[in-house]
Design a protein around this ligand. Structure first.
Ligand code: GLV
Ligand code: GLV
Length: 324
């Protein structure tokens, strides 16, 4: 019989075509609400493959109870929502959707940086609320981006794509990464810096490193305190890299000029979260890769990853070391 695949949200039919011809596919009926845990457990027990989202916690318990499961295909480049160690032990393959979302996510990261620097949400709200009575010389004056120093923490594909955009804005580019990225240095003129040097010198500290044991909570109060008080903190990676209480204190004490956040420690972030109370914080609901084109491409790649594995090929976007 055909393999059974469960998809944890409703995706457009066109994006899952690679799977429809070879598998029995069931999707959680909603696209704006995560699948309840009980239903996910039930499905995981009978599925050969799961197509999952960043909002699903695919932990050891779930993987251990999934006796037929061969593949978890995450519709995201990040995979911190999946217990990779457990998947490895159990021989379950894990896939992600790199590359196709790189430029889209870099665009959003740069938009967030520009929005925070030039106070776009504040300015749009000012107009929408009927406050624009007169032009004034210092009305909603923000901070320049061009010719400033950007410090990119995490110089992978997305970090490099942000560096290219920064080069177009004549920015001085610093980066910090586990290892040197000579290609990015050559293409963008970025210069490698120690974490502390980057934090002290950058006018925009941009977090694009993946969430791992090593990067968890790496942005603490004392890190924000080392930043210039005219500098901005931008995060388009994962909220788990930030000690949010530390960031709130730094903002309260005006140790930094503002922040642009697409991600939070707990998502969806609650409306009364203190980070949402600052006029100089631009907050977005985790939309880094959210263009129609890219979300379609991500659904297709996540589907193709499963199809390849079920056909016995090695998928392009395998996260764990196990081979088929
Ligand atoms: C989204 O956050 C992703 O990892 O693709
Ligand atoms: C993700 O694709 C990254 O390497 O930044």
């Amino acid at each position: 019989s055909k393999p059974y695949i469960f998809i944890t949200r409703t995706l457009p039919e066109k994006t899952i075509e690679p799977l429809l011809e070879m598998a029995n596919v069931v999707m959680w009926e909603k696209d704006d609400e995560p699948v309840p845990r009980a239903r996910l457990e039930e499905e995981a027990e009978k599925a050969d493959g799961l197509l999952t989202m960043v909002s699903d916690s695919i932990d050891r318990d779930l993987l251990e109870s999934a006796s037929k499961l061969r593949v978890v295909s995450n519709m995201a480049v990040g995979f911190d929502n999946i217990d990779i160690e457990a998947a490895d032990e159990l021989g379950i393959l894990v896939c992600n959707t790199p590359d196709i979302l790189t430029d889209t996510t870099a665009d959003l990261t740069f938009a967030l940086l520009l929005s925070a620097a030039r106070r776009l949400p504040e300015a749009a709200a000012y107009l929408a609320e009927g406050n624009w009575k007169e032009w004034a010389p210092m009305l909603l004056a923000g901070t320049d981006v061009h010719h400033k120093t950007i410090g990119i923490v995490g110089m992978g594909r997305i970090g490099s794509a942000v560096a290219k955009r920064a080069a177009g804005f004549d920015m001085n580019i610093l980066y910090h990464n586990r290892s040197r990225n000579r290609e990015a240095e050559n293409i963008t003129g970025a210069r490698y810096a120690g974490f502390e040097e980057l934090v002290k010198e950058a006018d925009f500290v941009v977090c694009l490193a993946p969430l791992t044991k090593e990067t968890k909570q790496m942005f603490t109060y004392s890190v924000f305190k080392q930043m210039k008080n005219t500098a901005f903190f931008i995060n388009a990676s994962r909220g788990g890299l930030v000690d949010e209480r530390g960031l709130v204190h730094a903002l309260q004490e005006r140790l930094i000029a503002g922040a642009g956040l697409d991600v939070f420690a707990e998502e969806p972030v609650k409306p009364d979260h203190p980070l949402l109370s600052f006029p100089n914080v631009v907050a977005l609901p985790h939309i880094g890769s959210a263009s129609v084109e890219t979300r379609h491409a991500m659904g297709e790649l996540a589907s193709r990853n499963i199809a390849h594995i079920l056909k016995g090929y090695r998928p392009k976007a395998l996260v764990n070391k196990k081979t088929v």
